[in-house]
Design a binder for this molecule. Structure first.
Ligand code: X8Z
Ligand code: ZN
Length: 647
């Protein structure tokens, strides 16, 4: 999705600080030739830079809004027309951006006021939409490929082969749909959408059936491959025109440090959490090996990627019943509680909002409730992948989700509302500041609040009856949390590891899929469930690849959210272990958070981090502190096992 604002994610881009990043070479000072004397024309002035930034703010606002409106239309109704309209709006935006970024470089050597300098910097590191070549035909092609790839993903429908186990599931669903009045012929013939295939992986523990669902969805991504190859060529050409080595370098330039330093920084954070992930992997592998047999899950090998309860094996909470540490001790089942409590989509979003307002933050505007999409509309193709928007960059907040009544989507609702509240508190800033301090911040806000969805909180709001506080119940609870948060870490890291190498040319198209699985092995310790070839394009089966949304943001967010949580807990007066804290109802925590949100991207991220945490460094310490009880338990449990895998 070459959306102006990565829809669900954040509006603009990954903008970042002034003065860092690859400094584009200033254009040569034009020299005027005359017959006898050479007269040097004066370079641009600080006043001109300021005027340019003001002009760019107005123009970008107009173009971003147009793009975002067209994107909303397309995302909530995928047709050839809406796809073409979105591509057209993005093309216009890309054209302006290309010229504006080049112009911004002409001010590079001037002494500027900090606001102007930062906006110019943020403009130069704009990553979304991707930089387009100046050539009009190439730019149009890039915009249309972007819309096309996201459309293919959004419309994805798998028709299971006759006589397969999955065909039976499809037939059952078709029957239910018919009774509900669904008219789509393919769906009535038993074809399945992503959400339904995901449900199979979430619920079934039949090895073959899970494999069929996994295979079905991954097979659809093959169609995306040729478009992606071309996308990489075009976006890289655009990045080169604005003096970056490739698109990956531009992405890494958005973190108020050099791209090379950011690479080291993300690696440092990964090394901090890797031992905990390896312990979790070791335990889960042993349990799955017991369950499916050592012929299917080797006790010291890689875990087949379709057995973790999730299409991408990115979060493993759905297999909690298979790996429960203490089956006889208490486990919290939020999904069951939601269903029992009569929660529907609207009630779930209201519950999410009530967490934010409990902190003293504003209620969502009335238009949020009128304009959001909470359910997949009948008879229309939509992008179901959850997203949050401020369509007009002026508090026009919305979310777009096909909500399921389960605990995973309750967390996602908090996640999306975190984006909305960021939008809400910075919408009065210049458009280039309407972004997260870095993109990881934007992804971490709602998640940080969802960490306060503790058993005590659930009891307080009447979702569960009692809180058990014995040691075994705690380990059970921590296991549920770790399957969500810790399991995700290597996945969050590897996606862009793959893309950085694809953009730099280190991974060529003839190795796209092989290299993907090498990284899945190296970071996650997973293997494909069956043989793959270069006809497959398994990375394309993950939304953010065809939609071109950078992914390191989620890796950073998993770490930052624990830093925010710890600091907000301290502000709320919490004493005791971090995993017991809920900031629900704390106006002090809310005020602190709001202060950071209001900054948007106006300051380098270490300053924003300092506002909440007092520290200027990203650090996985609070995450490790949160999981201390589980880490100790896992180490004991894994004694005698040979953990790890050959990378
Ligand atoms: O894409 C998302 C959000 C929207 S920004 C739903 N997430 C990542 C994913 O689904 O892969 C949230 C967690 C990671
Ligand atoms: Zn998000």
């Amino acid at each position: 999705m070459l959306r102006a604002l990565p829809p669900l994610l954040i509006p603009l881009t990954a903008l970042s600080l002034a003065a860092c990043g690859p400094k584009p070479a200033p254009e040569k000072t034009p020299v005027k030739e005359t017959a006898k004397v050479e007269v040097k024309i004066k370079g641009p002035t600080a006043e001109e830079a300021k005027a340019f930034v003001a002009e760019a703010d107005a123009e970008l606002r107009r173009l971003f809004v147009a793009s975002s409106e067209a994107e909303w239309e397309k995302n909530t109704n995928i047709t050839d027309e809406t796809e073409a309209a979105a591509a057209k709006a993005n093309e216009a935006l890309m054209e302006y951006l290309g010229g504006a970024i080049k112009k911004a470089t002409t001010f590079a050597d001037l002494e500027l006021d900090p606001e102007t300098a930062r906006q110019l910097h943020l403009l130069r590191v704009t990553a979304s939409p991707p930089p387009a070549p100046a050539d009009a035909a190439a730019r149009a092609e890039l915009a249309s490929i972007g819309a096309k790839m996201e459309g293919i993903y959004g419309k994805g429908l798998h028709c299971p082969p006759k006589a397969s186990k999955l065909a039976k599931v499809g037939a059952k669903l078709a029957k239910e749909k018919k009774a509900k009045g669904v008219t789509d012929e393919q769906e009535l013939a038993g074809c399945m959408r992503l959400g339904e295939l995901e449900d199979v992986l979430a619920e079934s523990r039949d090895y073959e059936l899970q494999l069929e669902a996994w295979r079905g969805w991954h097979g659809l991504a093959r169609e995306i491959r040729p478009h992606y190859v071309r996308f990489v060529e075009l976006a890289n050409a655009g990045a080169k025109e604005i003096q970056y080595a490739d698109l990956g370098e531009l992405w890494r330039a958005g973190y108020d440090m050099s791209p090379a330093d950011f690479e080291k920084e993300s690696e440092r954070l990964w090394q901090q959490v890797k031992p905990l992930y390896e312990q979790l992997h070791c335990y889960v592998r042993a349990e799955l090996s017991d369950k499916y047999g050592a012929d299917k899950v080797a006790a010291d090998g890689l875990i087949p990627a379709h057995l973790l309860g999730n299409m991408w094996a990115q979060e493993w909470a759905n297999i909690y019943p298979e790996v429960t540490p203490y089956a006889k001790a208490k486990s919290i089942d939020v999904t069951k509680a939601l269903k029992k409590g009569g929660y529907d989509e609207l009630k779930m979003v209201k519950l999410g909002e009530s967490f934010f307002t409990s902190l003293g933050l504003d209620p969502l505007p009335a238009t949020f409730w009128e304009r959001s999409m909470f359910q997949k509309p009948e008879g229309r193709e939509v992008v179901c992948h959850a997203s949050a928007w401020d369509v007009t960059f002026s508090d026009d907040l919305r979310i777009k989700m096909c909500i399921k009544i389960n605990s995973e989507d309750l967390i996602t609702i908090h996640h999306e509302l975190g984006h909305n509240y960021y939008f809400h508190y910075y919408f009065k800033l210049p458009i280039l500041f309407q972004n997260g301090a870095n993109d990881g911040f934007h992804e971490a806000i709602g998640d940080a609040l969802a960490l306060s969805v503790t058993p005590a909180y659930l009891k307080q709001i009447g979702l569960i009856d009692a809180v058990t506080s014995d040691e075994k119940a705690l380990i059970n609870l921590q296991m549920q949390d770790a399957l969500e948060k810790v399991a995700f870490l290597p996945f969050g890291k590897l996606i862009d590891q793959w893309r950085w190498d694809v953009f730099s040319g280190a991974i060529t198209p003839d190795r796209y899929n092989a290299a993907w699985w090498e990284l899945r092995q190296k970071y996650q310790g997973l293997a494909p469930p069956e043989a793959r070839s270069e006809e497959d394009f398994d990375p394309g089966a993950k939304y953010h690849i065809p939609a071109n949304v950078p992914y390191t943001r989620y890796f950073l967010a998993r770490i930052l959210q624990f830093q925010f949580h710890k600091a907000l807990c301290a502000a709320s007066g919490h004493e005791g272990p971090l995993h017991e804290c809920s900031i629900y109802g704390s106006k002090e925590a809310g005020a602190k958070l709001q202060k950071m949100l209001e900054l948007g991207a106006s300051k380098p991220w270490p300053e924003a981090l300092e506002v909440v945490t007092g520290s200027r460094e990203m650090d996985a310490g609070p995450l490790l502190e949160y999981f201390e009880p589980l880490q100790g338990w896992l180490e004991k449990e894994n004694e005698g096992r040979s953990c790890g895998w050959s990378e």
